[in-house]
Design a protein around this ligand. Structure first.
Ligand code: KL2
Length: 451
């Protein structure tokens, strides 16, 4: 485990990305790698100690003004304004992004048949991913499939972030990484989960407790998880999410029942029983086909785009006809108790995107994005930003419509560095109604004082 707390210099990325309805990319200056970024109206000057001493090789050629084509510009959607005394002034923006590990990109090349090789190269993808992240100017970033952590840490530290990393156990080379603005938050505690310790495979998760530097009463837990991929092991997925929620709840209670954000790639779709489990906090597993719990199997691009598939996975067709039963061992993995057919978790969670209405072209009937991931064998939603009571999403960065993705043909592409889209939500703290003042201004109540 490696929580590092550093206070490095900040680049001037403040402003544009968070104030506009559209995602406005700032200007970028490239060298061989992104070493710093700035926007048109820097808010403060900084001493670029390491980099400023080096000369540009050819400044005119190196200077790039980056603007994505209009169809892949993502739009901010604002929450219907809640009553002002229900939310606080302090907000923070969280990103959840599966960045497609370099090893996975080469190991599963069959998933990227329509992607030109240059768009698969890590150096290029890293530049695009960092440019997108820094352009968003988020407060907290939760990444999955990170196998070149120090490449990212280098860029993120230069932009004023601190970071932590947890690699998966076993043979895997990737893991979860979290970055946060070092000057805006104090890291009070961080914890990692190795699911292997619970007989729940080699996946991992991170949990951090933050305090806002300028409002010490504002504390919250952020979790970051990459749930097991295997589409037929819904029992393991349930077990991982159950343990993750339980650990997050314990940390939340420890720091004064503080609110929780659980970001990550859950490898389960919004139509699935696992999704239902996350938002309703419980699931009777016996009424569900064990191998279909995650919903991943009905998301082949050919099915979604209405194109006839030449051949279907034989195993999948077989599974569809024969419902898979539950052994005692699988029940125990899912619920934690071989004698209990009900799996439960302790948090009451809502999904940010489902709470903030988007455009019909980008959302399903739940309000979830139609797709957060797209490659040759899958198009659909598996990434989420869940939050507990105590927080409200004030806006989210809408995803892309299916027809736009279909036109692109597959991710990554020229403009997008991963086979997933970054999910982005801004949160405000909700205020206790009795303690809100009569002017309608949110009262700044310490969570501790409410105990
Ligand atoms: O679905 V993912 O991609 O969240 O985007 O999580 C896993 C998959 C990731 C880490 O295990 O690697 C990808 N077929 C397709 N994708 C796979 C496979 C596979 N057999 N195995 C791993 N991944």
């Amino acid at each position: 485990m490696g929580c590092r707390d550093t206070s490095s210099w900040r680049c001037a990325t403040t402003g544009t990305a968070t104030t506009s309805l559209k995602l406005q990319y700032p200007f970028f200056f490239f060298r061989s790698t992104i070493s710093f970024c700035t926007n048109t109206t820097p808010t403060h000057s900084t001493s670029f100690s390491a980099s400023s001493s080096r000369r540009w090789y050819n400044p005119a050629r190196r200077l790039r003004f980056h603007r994505p084509p209009p169809e892949i510009v993502r739009h901010w959607v604002e929450a219907d304004p809640p009553l002002p005394y229900h939310q606080s002034q302090e907000t923070f923006m969280v990103v959840s992004y599966n960045i497609l590990g370099d090893r996975n990109a080469s190991k599963h090349r069959d998933l990227y048949t329509y992607v030109p090789s240059i768009y698969m190269k890590w150096d290029r993808r890293r530049r695009i991913i960092c440019r997108e992240l820094l352009g968003l100017d988020p407060d907290i970033i939760c990444l999955q499939e990170v196998d070149k952590y120090f490449d990212l840490l280098n860029v993120m530290e230069n932009a004023g972030y601190s970071g932590s990393y947890k690699k998966r156990t076993g043979d895997a080379v990737d893991g979860c990484a979290m970055f946060w603005k070092a000057d805006k938050f104090r890291l009070l505690e961080c914890e990692t989960i190795e699911f292997k310790g619970y007989n729940l495979r080699d996946n991992v998760a991170q949990l951090s407790v933050f305090e806002m530097s300028e409002a010490e009463s504002r504390r919250f837990v952020v979790g970051n998880i990459h749930v097991l991929y295997n589409p037929s092991r819904g029992d393991v997925k349930l077990g991982q999410i159950r343990s993750f929620s339980s650990k997050a709840h314990i940390l939340s209670e420890k720091w004064g029942s503080v609110p929780v954000v659980l970001a990550g790639d859950y490898n389960s779709t919004p139509q699935s029983a696992i999704y239902k489990f996350v938002w309703s906090s419980q699931l009777h597993i016996m009424s569900h086909d064990r191998k279909g719990l995650s919903g991943q199997r009905s998301c082949h691009p050919a099915n979604i785009f209405g194109i006839k598939r030449e051949k279907e996975d034989l195993l999948f067709s077989f599974d569809r006809f024969f419902k898979s039963c539950w052994s005692d061992k699988e029940v125990k993995v899912a619920t934690g108790d071989a004698g209990s057919p009900v799996v439960e978790h302790p948090l009451k969670l809502s999904s940010s995107y489902a709470k903030v209405k988007g455009y019909a072209r980008t959302r399903d009937f739940n309000g979830e994005p139609l797709a957060t991931s797209y490659h040759s064998k899958f198009i659909g939603t598996v990434d989420y930003l869940w939050h507990s009571d105590g927080l409200v999403p004030t806006r989210v960065l809408d995803t892309l419509p299916l027809d736009v993705l279909q036109k692109i043909g597959g991710l990554p592409c020229k403009e997008l560095g991963s086979d997933h889209l970054a999910l982005v939500s801004e949160f405000a703290f909700t205020c206790n109604e009795e303690t809100a003042d009569s002017t309608g201004e949110g009262a700044l109540v310490s969570q501790d004082s409410l105990l």
